[in-house]
Design a protein around this ligand. Structure first.
Ligand SMILES: [Zn+2]
Ligand SMILES: [Zn+2]
Length: 198
C-alpha cells in the first residue's frame, strides 16, 4: 500500500510506493541539525537528541500529486546534499545527491506523519542510527542484525542504478542532468549562522 506524503499545510501532496523496500534510520549529523534550524523548525524536525528520522528509498518510488510549485531545494554548501522542502510551510521533504545518478532519497519524517497511516505500520521501526557522535546524548546503538538491512538496501540501490531506475525521479530533469529547480546554496555567513545554532 502507498504511504501518503504531505507538507504541513497540505499544499504539497504525493505518495511513497513500495514502503516495504525502505530503510528507516535516524541521522544525528550536524548538517541535518543545521538544516532543521535553517527551516526554523528544529523542535518539530529533531528528536530530543538532535536526530532526524529518515526513510531511505529510491526517488522513483516518490510521486507528487499536487503543489509541486512549492517544492524547492537548498544546500548547506556547494558540495552538500540537495535538501528538498515545501516552501509553503517549510516542511522538509527529502534529501538527495546533487544529481540524478544516485538513486537515493532520504525522506524526512515530517512529510510522512500527516495521515492516519502510521510510519511504523508502513515502514517498520528505525533500523539504523548514524553519526551518533554528534547526538546530544547517548542514543541506543545499532544492533548487528540491522547492519544486514543496510547492506540489502545498498544492494537495491546498485540494482536500481544498473536497471536504469535512477532515470525516474521527480527531483531531477534527467535529460538535462539538473534539479527541477536551482538549489539555494547558503552563503558563508548564512552557513555560519545555522551551524552555530546546532
Ligand atoms: Zn505546505
Ligand atoms: Zn545527517
Amino acid at each position: 500500500m502507498n504511504h501518503p506524503l504531505r507538507c504541513g499545510c497540505g499544499h504539497l501532496q504525493g505518495t511513497v510506493s513500495h514502503p516495504e523496500a525502505v530503510n528507516r534510520g535516524v541521522c544525528y549529523c550536524r548538517d541535518c541539525q543545521a538544516y532543521a534550524h535553517f527551516l526554523g523548525r528544529p523542535g518539530d524536525i529533531l528528536d530530543a537528541m538532535g536526530g532526524t528520522d529518515v526513510i531511505a528509498t529510491q526517488p522513483r518510488y516518490v510521486s507528487f500529486t499536487q503543489g509541486l510549485d512549492a517544492l524547492v531545494c537548498m544546500s548547506l554548501t556547494d558540495k552538500g546534499m540537495l535538501r528538498w522542502y515545501a516552501r509553503c510551510c517549510n516542511t522538509p521533504i527529502g534529501n538527495t545527491g546533487r544529481g540524478a545518478g544516485m538513486p537515493f532519497v532520504g525522506l524526512v519524517h515530517s512529510c510522512l506523519e500527516g495521515s492516519s497511516t502510521s510510519m511504523e505500520s508502513s515502514f517498520g521501526p528505525v533500523r539504523m542510527r548514524i553519526n551518533m557522535k554528534h547526538a546530544k546524548g547517548q542514543p541506543q546503538g545499532m544492533p548487528a542484525s540491522t547492519f544486514f538491512s543496510v547492506l540489502r538496501f545498498m544492494a537495491s540501490l546498485a540494482r536500481a542504478r544498473l536497471s536504469g531506475g535512477h532515470k525516474h525521479t521527480p527531483f531531477f530533469d534527467v535529460e538535462k542532468g539538473s534539479p527541477i529547480v536551482p538549489p539555494q546554496v547558503l552563503t558563508r555567513a548564512e552557513w555560519e549562522r545555522v551551524m552555530r545554532a546546532v
